[in-house]
Design a protein around this ligand. Sequence first.
Ligand code: M6R
Length: 601
Amino acid sequence: MCGIVGYAGHDKAGPILFDTLKRLEYRGYDSAGVAIISNGEIQVVKSAGRIEDLEKIYRDIGSPGENMGIGHTRWATHGPPTAVNAHPHVSDDVAVVHNGIIENYLALKEQLMRGGVEFRSETDTEVLAHLIGSCYRGDLAEAVASAVSLVEGSFAIAVMAKGSPRLVCARKESPLVIGVGEGANYVASDVSALLPYTRDVIRMKDDEIAIIDAETVTLRDVAGRSLPIDLERVDWDVDAAEKAGYPHFMLKEIYEQPRAIQETLASRTSEIDGEVRMDIGLTDLEIKSLDRFSIIACGTSYHAGLLAKYLYPKAAGLPVDIEVASEFQHLLLKPGTLLLSITQSGETADTLNAMKKASTFGVKRLAITNVVGSTVTNMVDGTIYTRCGPEIGVAATKTFTGQLVAMILLAIKLGRARNYLSYENARKMLVELARLPGQVQEVLDGRDVIREIAEEYAKNNQYFFIGRDFLYPIALEGALKMKEISYIPAEGYPAGELKHGPLALITDGTPVVALATHGKKIQANIKEVRARGADVIAFASEGDPDIPKIATTVVEIPGARPVFSSVLCTVALQLLAYYTADARGLPIDKPRNLAKSVTVE
Ligand code: M6R
């Protein structure tokens, strides 16, 4: 997730671009850049770091003071956060800012290179700049239309060209809003950036192209046919707008999961040949010679790692050890082990210290993280990025499901390279994986049922979460989410363990969340707690005939194999925790005593 802005008006573009960019900084903040037309030339200023750093450089070179420009604040997905990789990207005559992922960028890049184009950055966006540049013959809208018709993936772009008196924008599956003002028009990834300037907006739709100058905005399709304009008056305040109208960042981030999963999968899977194309810094030979998979992580990331225990022996023929990073000293790593650290921030001190210690074992090391260029990435042979965009809420949500998806991709990759997972099974998994974003959306659409349950039990002073197999880590994660933001003591257990002790805590009306989408054995565990007076809130597969007969309440989850159910049940449990904390009136995005990134041991 990145933020893009644009301005065409009669005032100096620079200050407006910087102000609007700062309002989008929550979408990404690892590097930034602006492009302005000055004396007929495109002038570009870019830097790694925050927007203030860029603004200083911009002031130092002297404001060109022209009144049209574009800007970008980046959350890296392709290439580290350096000035070279920062947007805008330029060809000879064209400058582009982009949010989204160009899935076929490698194929397009090779094609452009064969035609003599030299690339400066590692980004997918530079491909767009050269593609539009190669189509540009004086009509920028025409060039953008031709270029985007060659592109697969998601994009919101704002484009400027030498000799063009107008900005051109286009979108597909990434948000883009045009602000309509008096003698000035604006572009931004979302409405929050525009509110100080105008409340009249046009939300661009997929495959639309907008042509913008100080006085006019016109919309057309890729074939050049003009389209009607749907002007909307926005009455949100700035705070609500930053959260896209959601009351909390956590809820917004829960809702961003279909997209975050889609982006984490983008251009990495081939359903036809059953392959995962993802560079993990190990050759196929090295992958074949592995005989163990060890994982270290903390908190929610540790729960993502636990999934491996159920997935990797069967999918990749690898036994799994997992340890919370602060207890790493007890893990003995033998040659032939692949060590994986999972950390959304890439900066957690416990995880980094464990990775440092692990370097003495001389084993291959890998990281799953959400932050390009974070410290952990410098300590490993390979990194798998979840492409979830920045997460602001302290409680991890979209980055957790992103980690689960990354773990699944890695299992398929290792399984195929080790000839452990058959082509047919890999292909089936990839087909089902592609359905996951839509199924997550179905869970989100069922939020009202979950909200009612949350409100009913919000005053309780304990919660239990049980699951078996793939759903045991999710029971732990559901309990952690509940503790973190609602402050209700909540415990997660393997469903079979209750009878070995915790059952003593079950009394009349104790809420027990049972993750019951798979397996018959959990039915006995549900009966066990019901017989002791518990209220069982069961998450069951759609149309399950048995669970409704034994549970107090049933929430239906779309049917999927257990490993994918883990993602779907997670989303339902995030909603349960969220609505419980909301009913208790708690500061959901910033729970007491917790920090987003824990940089002390
Ligand atoms: O950035 P990391 O994934 O390394 O963070 C690890 C934990 O601190 C983190 O998952 C924490 O448990 C979250 N607040 C959970 O919501």
